[in-house]
Design a protein around this ligand. Sequence first.
Ligand SMILES: NC(=O)c1ccc[n+]([C@@H]2O[C@H](COP(=O)([O-])OP(=O)(O)OC[C@H]3O[C@@H](n4cnc5c(N)ncnc54)[C@H](OP(=O)(O)O)[C@@H]3O)[C@@H](O)[C@H]2O)c1
Length: 321
Amino acid sequence: MRAVVRDSYGSPDVLELREIEKPDLADDGVLVRVRAASVNPAEWYSLTGTPYVGRVQMGLFKPKQQELGVDFAGTVEAVGRDVTQFRPGDEVFGGRTGAFAEYVCVRNTVVQKPASLTFEQAAAVPVAALTALQGLRDKGQLQPGQRVLINGASGGVGTFAVQIAKVLGADVTGVCSTRNVDLVRSLGADHVIDYTREDFTRSDRRYDLMLDIAGSRSWSACTRVLSPQATLVIVGAPKGNRLIGPLSHVVKLRLAALRSSRKVVFFIAKFNQPDMEVLRELLEAGKVTPVIDRRYELSDIADALRYMGEGHAQAKIVITV
Ligand SMILES: NC(=O)c1ccc[n+]([C@@H]2O[C@H](COP(=O)([O-])OP(=O)(O)OC[C@H]3O[C@@H](n4cnc5c(N)ncnc54)[C@H](OP(=O)(O)O)[C@@H]3O)[C@@H](O)[C@H]2O)c1
Protein backbone atom coordinates (compact mmCIF):
# COMPACT_ATOMS: atom_id res chain seq x y z
CA MET A 1 0.00 0.00 0.00
CA ARG A 2 1.04 3.63 -0.36
CA ALA A 3 1.86 5.52 2.83
CA VAL A 4 3.54 8.76 3.85
CA VAL A 5 6.84 7.94 5.59
CA ARG A 6 10.05 9.65 6.66
CA ASP A 7 13.45 8.30 7.72
CA SER A 8 14.64 11.38 9.60
CA TYR A 9 13.36 14.46 11.39
CA GLY A 10 13.13 17.62 9.34
CA SER A 11 10.94 19.91 7.27
CA PRO A 12 8.02 18.58 5.22
CA ASP A 13 10.60 17.93 2.45
CA VAL A 14 11.69 14.73 4.23
CA LEU A 15 8.29 13.14 3.61
CA GLU A 16 7.95 10.48 0.94
CA LEU A 17 4.98 8.64 -0.45
CA ARG A 18 6.26 5.06 -0.49
CA GLU A 19 5.03 1.48 -0.99
CA ILE A 20 5.06 -0.31 2.37
CA GLU A 21 3.51 -3.51 3.75
CA LYS A 22 -0.21 -3.40 4.40
CA PRO A 23 -0.78 -3.72 8.18
CA ASP A 24 -1.54 -7.22 9.50
CA LEU A 25 -5.04 -7.83 10.76
CA ALA A 26 -5.00 -8.62 14.50
CA ASP A 27 -7.69 -10.89 15.99
CA ASP A 28 -9.20 -7.89 17.77
CA GLY A 29 -8.40 -5.46 14.93
CA VAL A 30 -10.33 -3.73 12.19
CA LEU A 31 -8.60 -3.17 8.85
CA VAL A 32 -9.80 0.12 7.37
CA ARG A 33 -9.29 1.38 3.84
CA VAL A 34 -8.60 5.05 4.51
CA ARG A 35 -10.62 7.48 2.41
CA ALA A 36 -9.64 10.68 4.21
CA ALA A 37 -7.33 11.80 7.01
CA SER A 38 -6.76 15.11 8.76
CA VAL A 39 -3.77 17.05 10.01
CA ASN A 40 -3.11 18.17 13.60
CA PRO A 41 -0.28 20.29 15.05
CA ALA A 42 1.04 17.11 16.74
CA GLU A 43 2.15 15.91 13.29
CA TRP A 44 4.26 19.03 12.91
CA TYR A 45 6.06 18.28 16.18
CA SER A 46 6.50 14.65 15.24
CA LEU A 47 7.80 15.57 11.77
CA THR A 48 10.34 18.12 13.00
CA GLY A 49 11.34 16.20 16.11
CA THR A 50 10.74 19.28 18.22
CA PRO A 51 10.73 20.13 21.00
CA TYR A 52 13.84 18.03 21.61
CA VAL A 53 12.51 16.85 24.97
CA GLY A 54 9.87 14.91 23.01
CA ARG A 55 12.60 12.82 21.36
CA VAL A 56 12.97 10.80 24.55
CA GLN A 57 9.73 9.17 23.43
CA MET A 58 9.82 9.76 19.65
CA GLY A 59 13.40 8.56 19.08
CA LEU A 60 16.59 10.40 19.97
CA PHE A 61 18.37 10.74 16.61
CA LYS A 62 15.74 9.51 14.19
CA PRO A 63 12.02 8.83 14.51
CA LYS A 64 11.09 5.40 15.87
CA GLN A 65 7.87 5.63 13.89
CA GLN A 66 8.25 6.19 10.15
CA GLU A 67 4.54 6.76 9.53
CA LEU A 68 2.59 9.91 10.33
CA GLY A 69 -1.03 10.95 10.81
CA VAL A 70 -3.69 9.91 13.32
CA ASP A 71 -7.20 11.01 12.28
CA PHE A 72 -8.86 8.92 9.58
CA ALA A 73 -12.21 7.97 8.07
CA GLY A 74 -12.76 5.07 5.72
CA THR A 75 -14.40 1.74 4.94
CA VAL A 76 -13.90 -1.49 6.88
CA GLU A 77 -12.06 -3.94 4.63
CA ALA A 78 -11.81 -6.88 7.06
CA VAL A 79 -12.29 -7.61 10.75
CA GLY A 80 -10.36 -9.87 13.15
CA ARG A 81 -12.03 -13.04 14.39
CA ASP A 82 -12.86 -11.48 17.82
CA VAL A 83 -14.56 -8.41 16.39
CA THR A 84 -18.37 -8.36 16.46
CA GLN A 85 -19.05 -4.62 16.35
CA PHE A 86 -18.03 -4.03 12.72
CA ARG A 87 -18.46 -5.73 9.35
CA PRO A 88 -16.67 -5.30 6.04
CA GLY A 89 -18.19 -2.38 4.19
CA ASP A 90 -19.01 -0.36 7.35
CA GLU A 91 -18.06 3.30 7.15
CA VAL A 92 -16.05 4.32 10.20
CA PHE A 93 -13.81 7.04 11.63
CA GLY A 94 -11.22 7.07 14.38
CA GLY A 95 -7.57 7.47 15.25
CA ARG A 96 -4.45 5.39 14.72
CA THR A 97 -0.83 6.38 14.13
CA GLY A 98 -0.02 5.94 10.46
CA ALA A 99 -3.27 7.36 9.11
CA PHE A 100 -1.58 9.11 6.16
CA ALA A 101 -1.78 5.80 4.29
CA GLU A 102 -4.15 3.67 2.25
CA TYR A 103 -4.88 1.27 5.14
CA VAL A 104 -4.76 1.29 8.94
CA CYS A 105 -5.45 -1.53 11.39
CA VAL A 106 -7.22 -0.22 14.52
CA ARG A 107 -8.45 -1.80 17.71
CA ASN A 108 -10.64 0.22 20.04
CA THR A 109 -10.32 3.75 18.71
CA VAL A 110 -12.84 3.54 15.89
CA VAL A 111 -16.63 4.08 15.64
CA GLN A 112 -19.31 4.03 12.95
CA LYS A 113 -19.37 7.13 10.75
CA PRO A 114 -22.68 9.02 10.72
CA ALA A 115 -24.20 8.55 7.25
CA SER A 116 -24.82 12.28 7.00
CA LEU A 117 -21.09 13.04 7.07
CA THR A 118 -18.64 12.74 4.19
CA PHE A 119 -15.39 10.86 4.80
CA GLU A 120 -13.58 14.20 4.75
CA GLN A 121 -15.84 15.67 7.43
CA ALA A 122 -15.53 12.59 9.63
CA ALA A 123 -11.74 12.54 9.29
CA ALA A 124 -11.66 16.12 10.55
CA VAL A 125 -13.18 15.12 13.88
CA PRO A 126 -11.17 12.80 16.17
CA VAL A 127 -8.20 14.57 17.79
CA ALA A 128 -9.55 18.12 17.61
CA ALA A 129 -13.07 17.29 18.80
CA LEU A 130 -11.91 14.90 21.55
CA THR A 131 -9.59 17.65 22.80
CA ALA A 132 -12.43 20.17 22.85
CA LEU A 133 -14.80 17.72 24.56
CA GLN A 134 -12.37 16.56 27.23
CA GLY A 135 -11.07 20.09 27.83
CA LEU A 136 -14.51 21.62 28.39
CA ARG A 137 -16.42 18.77 30.01
CA ASP A 138 -13.77 16.90 32.04
CA LYS A 139 -10.94 19.33 32.77
CA GLY A 140 -13.05 22.49 32.77
CA GLN A 141 -16.16 20.90 34.34
CA LEU A 142 -18.24 23.35 32.29
CA GLN A 143 -21.80 23.73 33.64
CA PRO A 144 -24.92 25.08 31.91
CA GLY A 145 -25.17 28.85 32.21
CA GLN A 146 -21.45 29.36 32.89
CA ARG A 147 -19.39 31.78 30.86
CA VAL A 148 -16.56 30.26 28.85
CA LEU A 149 -13.88 32.06 26.87
CA ILE A 150 -12.31 30.15 24.01
CA ASN A 151 -8.99 31.72 23.02
CA GLY A 152 -8.18 30.40 19.55
CA ALA A 153 -11.76 29.72 18.47
CA SER A 154 -11.13 29.47 14.73
CA GLY A 155 -8.67 26.56 14.53
CA GLY A 156 -9.23 22.81 14.52
CA VAL A 157 -9.85 22.50 18.27
CA GLY A 158 -11.53 25.90 18.58
CA THR A 159 -14.25 25.33 15.97
CA PHE A 160 -15.30 22.15 17.80
CA ALA A 161 -14.95 23.81 21.22
CA VAL A 162 -17.38 26.61 20.35
CA GLN A 163 -20.02 24.10 19.23
CA ILE A 164 -19.50 21.68 22.13
CA ALA A 165 -19.58 24.51 24.71
CA LYS A 166 -22.98 25.53 23.29
CA VAL A 167 -24.20 21.92 23.55
CA LEU A 168 -23.09 21.98 27.22
CA GLY A 169 -25.30 25.05 27.73
CA ALA A 170 -22.61 27.68 28.24
CA ASP A 171 -22.49 31.34 27.30
CA VAL A 172 -19.64 31.28 24.78
CA THR A 173 -17.12 33.97 23.86
CA GLY A 174 -14.72 33.12 21.03
CA VAL A 175 -11.45 34.95 20.37
CA CYS A 176 -10.14 34.96 16.79
CA SER A 177 -8.78 37.33 14.13
CA THR A 178 -10.85 39.53 11.80
CA ARG A 179 -11.17 37.07 8.92
CA ASN A 180 -12.63 34.41 11.24
CA VAL A 181 -15.19 36.48 13.15
CA ASP A 182 -18.13 35.44 10.94
CA LEU A 183 -17.09 31.78 11.06
CA VAL A 184 -16.92 31.71 14.86
CA ARG A 185 -20.25 33.50 15.16
CA SER A 186 -21.83 31.07 12.69
CA LEU A 187 -20.74 28.17 14.93
CA GLY A 188 -22.92 29.54 17.73
CA ALA A 189 -20.62 31.80 19.76
CA ASP A 190 -22.67 34.34 21.74
CA HIS A 191 -19.85 36.89 21.64
CA VAL A 192 -16.82 37.13 19.37
CA ILE A 193 -13.69 39.16 20.14
CA ASP A 194 -11.34 40.05 17.29
CA TYR A 195 -7.90 39.87 18.89
CA THR A 196 -6.40 42.20 16.28
CA ARG A 197 -8.73 45.01 17.42
CA GLU A 198 -9.58 44.32 21.00
CA ASP A 199 -7.72 42.95 24.01
CA PHE A 200 -10.00 40.35 25.58
CA THR A 201 -8.16 40.65 28.91
CA ARG A 202 -9.38 44.26 29.14
CA SER A 203 -13.05 43.41 28.80
CA ASP A 204 -15.58 43.90 31.63
CA ARG A 205 -16.91 40.38 31.24
CA ARG A 206 -15.77 37.71 33.75
CA TYR A 207 -15.40 34.05 32.83
CA ASP A 208 -15.83 30.82 34.80
CA LEU A 209 -13.69 28.89 32.36
CA MET A 210 -11.06 29.78 29.80
CA LEU A 211 -10.11 27.18 27.23
CA ASP A 212 -6.73 28.46 26.12
CA ILE A 213 -5.94 27.00 22.73
CA ALA A 214 -3.76 29.82 21.42
CA GLY A 215 -1.74 30.31 24.62
CA SER A 216 -1.15 33.87 23.55
CA ARG A 217 -1.44 35.66 26.92
CA SER A 218 0.31 35.70 30.29
CA TRP A 219 -1.29 34.54 33.52
CA SER A 220 -1.45 38.07 34.92
CA ALA A 221 -3.34 39.27 31.83
CA CYS A 222 -5.75 36.31 31.90
CA THR A 223 -6.58 36.75 35.58
CA ARG A 224 -8.10 40.16 34.82
CA VAL A 225 -11.08 38.40 33.23
CA LEU A 226 -11.20 35.17 35.23
CA SER A 227 -13.70 35.02 38.10
CA PRO A 228 -12.13 34.16 41.49
CA GLN A 229 -13.01 30.44 41.24
CA ALA A 230 -12.36 30.13 37.50
CA THR A 231 -10.40 27.39 35.77
CA LEU A 232 -7.98 27.97 32.91
CA VAL A 233 -7.51 24.85 30.81
CA ILE A 234 -4.34 24.97 28.73
CA VAL A 235 -4.84 23.16 25.44
CA GLY A 236 -2.15 24.68 23.28
CA ALA A 237 0.69 27.17 23.34
CA PRO A 238 3.09 28.89 20.96
CA LYS A 239 5.81 26.61 19.51
CA GLY A 240 8.37 28.05 21.96
CA ASN A 241 12.06 27.14 21.96
CA ARG A 242 13.48 23.98 20.41
CA LEU A 243 14.34 22.38 23.72
CA ILE A 244 11.04 22.34 25.62
CA GLY A 245 8.78 24.11 23.10
CA PRO A 246 5.20 24.82 24.23
CA LEU A 247 5.97 23.37 27.67
CA SER A 248 7.69 26.62 28.67
CA HIS A 249 4.32 28.40 28.47
CA VAL A 250 2.64 25.65 30.48
CA VAL A 251 5.29 25.77 33.21
CA LYS A 252 5.12 29.59 33.39
CA LEU A 253 1.35 29.61 33.81
CA ARG A 254 1.28 26.83 36.36
CA LEU A 255 3.98 28.45 38.49
CA ALA A 256 2.33 31.86 38.28
CA ALA A 257 -1.00 30.37 39.39
CA LEU A 258 0.36 28.51 42.42
CA ARG A 259 -1.01 30.95 44.99
CA SER A 260 -4.17 31.84 43.14
CA SER A 261 -7.73 30.82 44.00
CA ARG A 262 -8.08 30.09 40.29
CA LYS A 263 -7.00 26.78 38.84
CA VAL A 264 -4.71 26.05 35.88
CA VAL A 265 -5.00 22.64 34.24
CA PHE A 266 -2.93 21.26 31.38
CA PHE A 267 -3.87 18.03 29.71
CA ILE A 268 -3.26 15.87 26.65
CA ALA A 269 -6.42 14.49 25.09
CA LYS A 270 -6.81 10.70 25.10
CA PHE A 271 -8.59 8.49 22.64
CA ASN A 272 -11.35 6.37 24.15
CA GLN A 273 -14.36 4.62 22.65
CA PRO A 274 -17.03 6.21 24.92
CA ASP A 275 -15.96 9.75 24.00
CA MET A 276 -15.81 8.79 20.30
CA GLU A 277 -19.41 7.57 20.69
CA VAL A 278 -20.40 10.90 22.31
CA LEU A 279 -18.95 12.71 19.31
CA ARG A 280 -20.69 10.36 16.89
CA GLU A 281 -24.04 11.15 18.53
CA LEU A 282 -23.42 14.91 18.45
CA LEU A 283 -22.51 14.72 14.77
CA GLU A 284 -25.47 12.51 13.95
CA ALA A 285 -27.85 14.89 15.74
CA GLY A 286 -26.39 17.81 13.76
CA LYS A 287 -25.31 19.54 16.99
CA VAL A 288 -21.69 19.60 15.89
CA THR A 289 -20.53 20.07 12.30
CA PRO A 290 -16.88 19.81 11.23
CA VAL A 291 -15.48 22.80 9.36
CA ILE A 292 -12.94 22.16 6.63
CA ASP A 293 -10.43 24.78 5.57
CA ARG A 294 -8.35 23.13 2.83
CA ARG A 295 -8.15 19.73 1.16
CA TYR A 296 -4.95 18.11 -0.13
CA GLU A 297 -4.20 14.84 -1.93
CA LEU A 298 -2.04 12.30 -0.09
CA SER A 299 0.78 13.09 -2.54
CA ASP A 300 0.64 16.77 -1.47
CA ILE A 301 1.05 16.03 2.23
CA ALA A 302 4.17 18.22 2.45
CA ASP A 303 2.13 21.27 1.39
CA ALA A 304 -0.56 20.42 3.93
CA LEU A 305 2.00 20.25 6.73
CA ARG A 306 3.68 23.46 5.60
CA TYR A 307 0.31 25.18 5.81
CA MET A 308 -0.34 23.67 9.25
CA GLY A 309 3.11 24.84 10.39
CA GLU A 310 2.16 28.46 9.64
CA GLY A 311 -0.34 28.26 12.53
CA HIS A 312 -3.23 30.05 10.86
CA ALA A 313 -5.41 27.23 9.60
CA GLN A 314 -9.08 28.08 9.61
CA ALA A 315 -10.53 24.93 11.18
CA LYS A 316 -9.37 21.59 9.76
CA ILE A 317 -6.96 20.59 7.00
CA VAL A 318 -8.07 17.38 5.33
CA ILE A 319 -6.15 14.84 3.23
CA THR A 320 -8.04 12.82 0.66
CA VAL A 321 -6.70 9.33 0.13
N1 LIG B 1 -3.59 19.29 24.68
C1 LIG B 1 -3.99 18.53 23.67
O1 LIG B 1 -4.33 17.36 23.83
C2 LIG B 1 -4.01 19.12 22.27
C3 LIG B 1 -4.70 18.47 21.25
C4 LIG B 1 -4.76 19.09 20.00
C5 LIG B 1 -4.11 20.30 19.79
N2 LIG B 1 -3.41 20.86 20.80
C6 LIG B 1 -2.71 22.15 20.65
O2 LIG B 1 -3.70 23.15 20.51
C7 LIG B 1 -3.24 24.17 19.65
C8 LIG B 1 -4.24 24.41 18.55
O3 LIG B 1 -4.49 23.22 17.83
P1 LIG B 1 -5.45 23.30 16.56
O4 LIG B 1 -5.57 21.94 16.00
O5 LIG B 1 -6.66 24.06 16.89
O6 LIG B 1 -4.50 24.18 15.61
P2 LIG B 1 -4.85 25.01 14.30
O7 LIG B 1 -6.02 24.41 13.64
O8 LIG B 1 -3.59 25.17 13.56
O9 LIG B 1 -5.29 26.42 14.93
C9 LIG B 1 -4.73 27.54 14.54
C10 LIG B 1 -5.70 28.67 14.91
O10 LIG B 1 -5.15 29.43 15.98
C11 LIG B 1 -5.54 30.77 15.79
N3 LIG B 1 -4.64 31.69 16.45
C12 LIG B 1 -3.33 31.92 16.19
N4 LIG B 1 -2.86 32.90 16.99
C13 LIG B 1 -3.90 33.29 17.78
C14 LIG B 1 -4.04 34.26 18.81
N5 LIG B 1 -3.03 35.05 19.20
N6 LIG B 1 -5.23 34.39 19.40
C15 LIG B 1 -6.28 33.64 19.04
N7 LIG B 1 -6.21 32.69 18.05
C16 LIG B 1 -5.03 32.53 17.43
C17 LIG B 1 -5.49 30.93 14.30
O11 LIG B 1 -6.37 31.95 13.91
P3 LIG B 1 -5.85 33.26 13.13
O12 LIG B 1 -5.36 32.79 11.82
O13 LIG B 1 -7.07 34.06 13.07
O14 LIG B 1 -4.78 33.86 14.00
C18 LIG B 1 -5.93 29.59 13.75
O15 LIG B 1 -7.31 29.58 13.43
C19 LIG B 1 -1.86 23.73 19.18
O16 LIG B 1 -0.90 24.33 20.01
C20 LIG B 1 -1.87 22.23 19.41
O17 LIG B 1 -0.56 21.71 19.60
C21 LIG B 1 -3.35 20.30 22.04
